[in-house]
Design a protein around this ligand. Sequence first.
Ligand SMILES: *Cc1c(COP(=O)(O)O)cnc(C)c1O
Length: 429
Amino acid sequence: MNKVPFISKEKAEQLASVYPTPWHIYDEAGIRANAKAVKEAFAWNKGFREYFAVKATPNPSIMDLFQDYDFGFDCSSMTELMLARAVGASGEHIMFSANETPAEEYAYAAKLGAIINLDDLTHIPFITKILDGKLPETMCCRYNPGGVFTMSNGIMDNPGDAKYGFTKDQLFEGYRQLKELGVKHFGIHAFIASNTVSNDYYPILAGQLFELAAEISRKLDIHFSFINLSGGVGVPYTPDGVPNDIYAIGEGVRRKYEEILVPAGMDDVAIYTEMGRFMLAPYGALVTRAIHEKHIYKEYIGVDACAANLMRPAMYGAYHHITVLGKEDAPCDHKYDVVGSLCENNDKFAIDRMLPEIEKGDLLYIHDTGAHGFAMGYNYNGRLRSAELLLRTDGSVDQIRRAETARDYFATFEGSPFYENIDFDAAGC
Ligand SMILES: *Cc1c(COP(=O)(O)O)cnc(C)c1O
């Protein structure tokens, strides 16, 4: 698939004159079209709900778009719960799927009426104590099948090495305890492979979870109200990848539902998903300017963004496609490392990448940063987080988060005797 930027060079330059680069920009039209497709693909299931994984893009203006589709929010920390509440979500529109969960976060999730997804058997006495024995009517447990998960197209992941979830035996024990504690309705959740670019992942996972839920329901005589397929539906980051077809995925899950749940008398079970990447990655980009070129043993282009703005290449060696704006049709006849400013040699957005000749001042459009992009930002080397912009469906652009300033960066030193010596004028703030 040819990767085409959703803004032109002219638009990007116009924006850059108001919002200095770098910034992340999101495409409302793309986000909405995809959200609508997700809803349609699972419309066969009466209770279907996507809980957008807040960690992927924790911005309330983005989260708010999903409310038009009656989506909920998957949260895993105090601040993510606070964001969900801030956009007006409560009750069953919040899924709380945390691990190593602090007591106060369970308490707050319960206060918001969120559906709580327990990560471990020992969390049952833990939360029972926090909530004074008054557990919510509906609760969920996270399953870890262990071993190695493989699919016919070579996709694999390693649940046996993952810190999450209950073993199968623990799951039976967990539901038994929860039932005894008065819980009335149950959910089951599993996340076993990440960024799967395959229409088979959800159907395979659904098959396994449906069988398991049917077995547990039969043996323990409990009622499952939902089955949560969690996240893991991927996007192709390389231009030669074929995107997932969400309609084929929805249909694959429907077939398993008919095959397994309906005969088990479980035809009232709602399907939940917690996609982050699939909901946002392709609809966000990082725009950064080339500010240096360097010719040593290799050819380098230095840009004004760095791994603090997009960590995936540095952290996972992840590929992100790059378009040099205005040179979309120029031949890719130059080989570059495109690098940021961190004093870390892994701060490279691209290595040995064939690109058009880049001149200082060119704007580079780094594709597919809408999920796990800005969100994974950090402050190493004292680098600051960028602004986030939203391209509206009418072509206008809103700043949905301003860039971090040196004042924000130093705010946690307030009260220190050195705070008053900080030269904020140097950074113009
Ligand atoms: C990260 C995460 C997700 C979202 O995963 P994606 O791969 O972005 O779809 C969903 N649920 C949980 C519990 C997660 O930790």
